[in-house]
Ligand binder design. Structure first.
Ligand code: UD1
Ligand code: CA
Length: 454
């Protein structure tokens, strides 16, 4: 049956103490609700409707790239009232799965169990056993099935001892759901339209309500404050690292790595502590990422070692390269095989061909560097005249001495040697020594300045 997913996201989330709407707080580098949207897509939702309220425009803008239906809940009159806002536009013959924008860790497998239990007229609700169920709605069962939910504030002492709670996630046939929502009242201790009352109505109408138990509390945790956000972050990171370890990736310490995007790894990759991966990162076979590295949207070739303290973004390396310590590869840095980039070297929008070395204190920007080139310490490509950028081209086997400025546009021929300290603003021919220096003088009779006495 066709599946509509309704995501409740109208709450303000005051406990975050943030100017940002709660569902836009980030978890593993993505907004909380992005995780919910991704899980919704993973279970094949045909229609996703977000019920929004607080911070509406910011929320809409943040998800402009997604195909979503938006339903405004102007006043937060309760979870049942929130679902009502999504019903116009939801076809009667759909099943409706209700999710929450601030419950981001639910796995698609778990959602699928709930969806599968909602067959025919049946209703399914996701529950979980809590050590401390305080504050949650309690699930009342009879003969195995759910007969109703009772909120903490409306529960008797006996009901409060029930440890199985309502996660809020539930799946129901749309036509029946609409009829039950129309019957909701707000005559309860909070004066709210409780979505949870629907469960009792369904059971009262003779509908089977399946209580599907989630495997862990963590999976269904709602995020209300910064502490819970940090807990969820750790839980999600642990899950991501576990998946990678199962695929054969080695970690020095699974608790000291952060994956904020998609990390794809080959065989026998090793990742040391404090590595941060953002966006799409691909590591080839036998790659070694040493400590304190940030890698964002980049591809690292087989056998390459990234030594400590590098910042790599939008770059690619070939096989068997050595990067760092303290290197910065910026967008468009494309290194071929066996390239060495050493400490305090910045490379931007440049290609470096096989076997070349840029080992110390250097800026390479808008350049094409050939094979087996050696770039001496302190070399700078002067690529910018304050208005435009220009290219530097260096041929195979060239040798650039230390402290050279290459004033672009400029070309250094194959096998050329540039003397140390030169400022090269004209093309340097192949296989010859080119240098540009003023003659060294020693000034006879020069005296050191002395301090004036007053
Ligand atoms: C709700 C359930 C409770 C369950 C708990 C799980 C009801 C009445 N109670 O309680 O049984 O154990 O979730 O966390 O449903 N929201 C709106 N519009 C509203 C009200 C809420 O969009 O008018 C959204 C909030 O943004 C939030 C979610 O619904 O994401 C839950 O609302 P909240 O008021 O926190 O429900 P609880 O009292 O925690
Ligand atoms: Ca409430």
């Amino acid at each position: 049956m066709t599946l509509s997913i309704v995501i409740l996201a109208a709450g303000q989330g005051t406990r975050m103490r943030s100017a940002r709407p709660k569902v836009l707080q980030t978890l593993a580098g993505r907004p909380l609700m992005q995780h919910v949207i991704d899980s919704s897509k993973a279970v094949g939702a045909d229609d996703i409707c977000v019920v929004y309220g607080f911070g509406g425009d910011a929320v809409k803008t943040a998800f402009a790239g997604e195909k979503l239906r938006w339903a405004l809940q102007e006043k937060q009159l309760g979870t049942g009232h929130a679902v009502m806002q999504a019903m116009p536009g939801t076809p009667d013959d759909h099943r409706v799965l209700i999710l929450f924008g601030d419950v981001p860790l639910i796995r698609p497998e778990t959602l699928q169990r709930v969806i599968d239990a909602c067959k025919g007229d049946d209703v399914a609700v996701l529950t979980v056993e809590m050590d401390d169920p305080f504050g949650y709605g309690r699930i009342v069962r009879e003969n195995g099935n759910v007969v109703r939910n009772v909120e903490e504030k409306d529960a008797s002492d006996e009901e409060r001892r029930i440890r199985e709670i309502n996660t809020g996630v539930q799946c129901l046939p749309a036509a029946r759901l609409k009829a039950w929502l129309a019957r909701l009242g707000n005559n309860n201790s909070q004066g709210e339209y409780y979505l949870t009352d629907v469960l009792g109505m369904a059971a009262g109408d003779g509908v089977t309500v399946h209580g599907i138990r989630a495997e862990s509390q963590v999976e269904v945790m709602g995020i209300n404050d910064r502490k819970q956000l940090a807990e969820a972050e750790r839980a999600l990171q642990a899950r991501l690292v576990e998946e990678l370890m199962a695929q054969g990736v080695g970690f020095a310490d699974p608790a000291r790595v952060d994956i904020r995007g998609k990390l794809k790894c080959g065989r026998d990759v090793f990742i040391d502590v404090n590595a941060i991966f953002e966006g799409d990162v691909t590591l080839g076979d036998n790659v070694r990422i040493e400590s304190n590295n940030l890698l964002r949207n980049c591809r690292i070739g087989d056998g390459t070692v990234v030594h400590p303290n590098c910042h790599i973004e939008g770059a690619t390396t070939g096989t068997q390269c050595e990067i760092g310590p303290f290197s910065r590869l910026r967008p468009g840095a494309e290194l071929a095989a066996n390239v060495k980039v050493g400490n305090f070297v910045e490379i931007k929008k440049s290609t470096v061909a096989d076997g070349s070395k840029v080992n110390h204190l250097t800026y390479i920007g808008d350049a094409a560097i050939g094979k087996n080139v050696n770039i001496g310490a302190g070399t700078i490509t002067c690529n910018y005249d304050g208005a435009n950028k220009y290219r530097t081209v260096i041929g195979d086997n060239a040798f650039i001495g230390s402290g050279v400025e290459l004033v672009a546009p400029v070309e250094v021929g194959e096998g050329a040697v540039i003397g140390a300290g030169s400022t090269i603003s004209k093309d340097a021919p192949a296989d010859q020594l080119t240098l540009e220096r003023s003659r060294q003088v020693t000034v006879a009779g020069w005296k050191k300045p002395a301090k004036k006495s007053h």
